[in-house]
Design a protein. Structure first.
Ligand code: NAD
Length: 346
């Protein structure tokens, strides 16, 4: 696609995050928002300000005469894989909100189809653009920390009745899939991006205060080995009272240690590496703000601009479909341990 042609987007799912995609598309001079799609009405979605055709299903969109290059899949998790496949079948590029799917198999089908029709799939993992993430990725890639001994991820968030509403998709097995898919896949993505794949997974899981609101655990202690060396743990919970407590990553390496913290890993709290001076980093964008509760970094502007660069052949996707699949596959393996524990304890 030539540089002076606008990339045309249709956004499917006009909820919190779909409207953010739409907003970011409108702000990009090289992008055009062609349509919004949602099974609720435009008014129910509070999407009146978007002056574009509003359709009620992805099927209606794909059968319409509208011209567009990209479908942004911003619906509940359980619909990502099937809707991404439908868009690819009509030879559209796909931007898929996290997680790419709720099973490795469904993600593999997307990759197979994308290769078959020569279209790109961009997964949304916008925390990668936060200055501490970019910085830690560069020093890990350059080997500044030497061998990695231990990595600890702590993700302690609040998600209570203000978040899990009766009749909604959040908290359901089929449409949400689990705490690791919806709340913490960003952190698993960063861990995989930095240190690669994991093995020898062990875990303890518990549902402390979500028995009436979700179909799954709210907390877990998970430990594993990294295939590339070193060991790690992921400690997570959505049972924290009132507000998010922490999202942090502590890395113990041969040459020193680093702790990245803040509510969504937006601050370097400790950098203590032999012979290395910490550079001054840019300010992080604030967290997505959903009123009473906070989400991950508000970096969707970078996502949309990467999609435009990718489609115009200027850059490769920041998070490609293989990486999207890998995060899903890691979560699936962690949940396999949880399911085996449940069976054992029955
Ligand atoms: N990248 C991030 O940081 C981030 C943050 C929040 C949410 N998300 C992801 O974005 C997705 C949406 O989350 P949200 O918070 O916007 O949820 P939401 O409930 O606010 O929005 C989902 C929208 O999809 C619509 N929808 C449901 N079924 C549909 C269908 N079959 N066809 C068309 N529309 C349909 C709903 O009516 C709703 O408007 C989820 O997968 C979530 O994991 C990502």
């Amino acid at each position: 696609m030539s540089n002076n042609v606008k990339v045309k987007f249709a956004v499917v799912g006009a909820g919190h995050i779909g409207k953010r995609h739409a907003e970011m598309i409108l702000r990009e001079p090289e992008a055009e928002l062609v349509a919004l799609v949602d099974c609720r009405s435009k008014t129910e979605c509070d999407a009146e300000k978007f002056d574009v055709p509003f359709l009620s299903s992805i099927e209606e969109l794909l059968e319409s005469d509208l011209e567009f290059d990209v479908v942004n899949v911003c619906t509940p998790n359980g619909l990502h894989a099937s809707q991404s496949l439908k868009a690819l079948e009509q030879k559209k590029h796909v931007v898929c909100e996290k997680p790419m799917g709720l099973s490795k198999d469904s993600c593999e089908k997307i990759i197979f189809k994308a290769l078959q029709v020569s279209r790109q799939v961009f997964c949304v993992m916008q925390n990668r653009y936060s200055p501490p993430s970019e910085w830690i990725q560069s020093i890990i890639t350059d080997g500044v920390l030497g061998d990695i001994y231990m990595v600890q991820l702590n993700c302690y968030w609040n998600r209570d009745d203000r978040y899990y509403k009766k009749g909604g998709w959040k908290g359901t097995k089929d449409m949400d899939g689990g705490t690791l898919y919806t709340q913490f896949s960003h952190f698993i993505d960063i861990m995989y991006w930095l240190f690669g794949d994991i093995d020898n997974i062990q875990g303890k899981f518990k549902d402390f205060n979500h028995k009436n609101t979700t179909d799954f655990e709210d907390s877990g202690f998970v430990s594993f080995d990294f295939i590339n060396g070193g060991m790690g743990s992921l400690n997570y919970s959505t049972a924290v009272s009132n507000q998010n407590l922490e999202s942090s990553m502590t890395i113990i390496g041969e040459n020193g240690s680093v702790k990245i913290g803040g509510q969504y890993m937006n601050e370097v709290e400790i950098c203590n590496i032999k012979g290395y001076d910490m550079p001054k980093l840019k300010e992080s964008n604030p967290a997505n703000d959903y009123g009473p509760y906070k989400g991950s970094a508000a970096n969707h502007n970078y996502v949309i601009s990467n999609v435009i660069d990718g489609i115009k052949g200027r850059k490769s996707p920041t998070t490609n479909a293989l990486e999207g699949l890998k995060v899903v596959e890691i979560i699936e393996r962690i949940y396999k341990v949880r399911n085996e524990n449940q069976k054992r304890d029955e």
